[in-house]
Ligand binder design. Structure first.
Ligand code: A2P
Length: 284
């Protein structure tokens, strides 16, 4: 998730070892750009989640100047790894003066983070009715829950086509997603689990808004002009055939939600599956 909190501390110190419950150990860290990184950590044996859900993670906050006590500093992060993975993966922005990510960006293998083992979320297969084509719409780090769902066999068992769109400002911000999709396409285990043909179901549509790339512009504008449907050779979305999941910045989520309603799609929930779902972590 993008860090949304107001600026309160500029400390970019190393995370310390925690004497708190819910601590997990970092196993790998990859820096993708000066604004983006991903990391993996141990998974509590008791943690069960559905691909697409999020959890609260973080570090201990700075000591209170009066009492010296430290409180956990937690944010909602989509789990980027699939439900079957032994470890957990997260994909994060680095906000240089953000309370959490100014420090989280300095974690190293062996460090500990806090992970509250209570997964929740709306971007799950259970919240959608059966359909033919699944659209996954992401901007920026909103790609994270789809990194989980794209590695989830059910995604390909349930749909004939899986279209993943990812809009970022600059081309290098697409790298995490592009590499992940390449890995999924070449994963012998996935082919074994769901059959070689699953690779043909994945349609990847990356776009950039502030730097030239193969496709320029916001996905919303490219849908309005019809360009994305022409490029992919599919008709515009319809409630009969299409299902969608939305995860990006708040303005994007709201704009695309309104567009999907115009196509006739209705928002679903865990308790009432329908045609599309929107990430709710930002709004809680
Ligand atoms: P733009 O560069 O035109 O603002 P951010 O890094 O600010 O979270 O944005 C990630 C991407 O989402 C950017 O490419 C940005 O485009 C795009 N974006 C922001 N708001 C919207 C929106 N309402 N609809 C579609 N795309 C959006």
């Amino acid at each position: 998730m993008t860090e949304m909190s107001p600026v309160t501390d500029a400390a970019a110190e190393k995370p310390r070892t925690l004497a708190v419950p819910d601590a997990q150990t970092v196993t790998a860290v990859t820096h993708w750009t000066d604004r983006l990184f991903s990391f993996r950590c141990t998974r509590p044996p008791s943690l069960r989640f559905r691909s697409g859900e999020f959890v609260m993670i973080g570090l201990m906050g700075d000591p209170d100047p009066k009492t010296g006590k430290q409180k956990p500093l937690l944010r909602a992060y989509s789990i980027a790894s699939p439900a079957w993975d032994d470890e957990l993966e997260f994909y994060s922005i680095k906000v240089q003066d953000g309370p959490l990510t100014s420090r989280l960006q300095h974690i190293q293998p062996g460090d500990q983070i806090i992970l509250r083992p209570k997964p929740v979320g709306t971007l799950v297969h259970d919240a959608l009715l059966p359909g033919k084509r699944l659209w996954l719409f992401a901007t920026g780090t909103g790609f994270a829950p789809f990194a989980s769902l794209l590695r989830e066999p059910q995604t390909y068992e349930d749909y004939d086509e899986v279209i993943i769109t990812h809009t970022c400002r600059e081309a290098d911000e697409l790298t995490y997603g592009a590499k992940l999709i390449e890995e999924v396409r070449n994963d012998p285990l996935m082919a074994e689990l769901i059959g070689e043909g699953f690779v043909d179901k994945i349609r990847y549509y990356p776009t950039t808004t502030r730097e030239e790339s193969s496709t320029n512009g916001r996905i919303t504008d490219l849908m309005r002009s019809g360009r994305v449907f022409e490029d992919l050779g599919v008709p515009p979305l319809s409630p009969e055939t299409d299902r969608a999941m939305i995860c990006g910045n708040l303005a994007f989520n709201l704009e695309l939600k309104a567009m999907l309603e115009d196509y006739g799609l209705v928002e679903g929930a865990n308790s009432d599956p329908k045609h599309y779902v929107v990430e709710k972590a930002f709004l809680d």
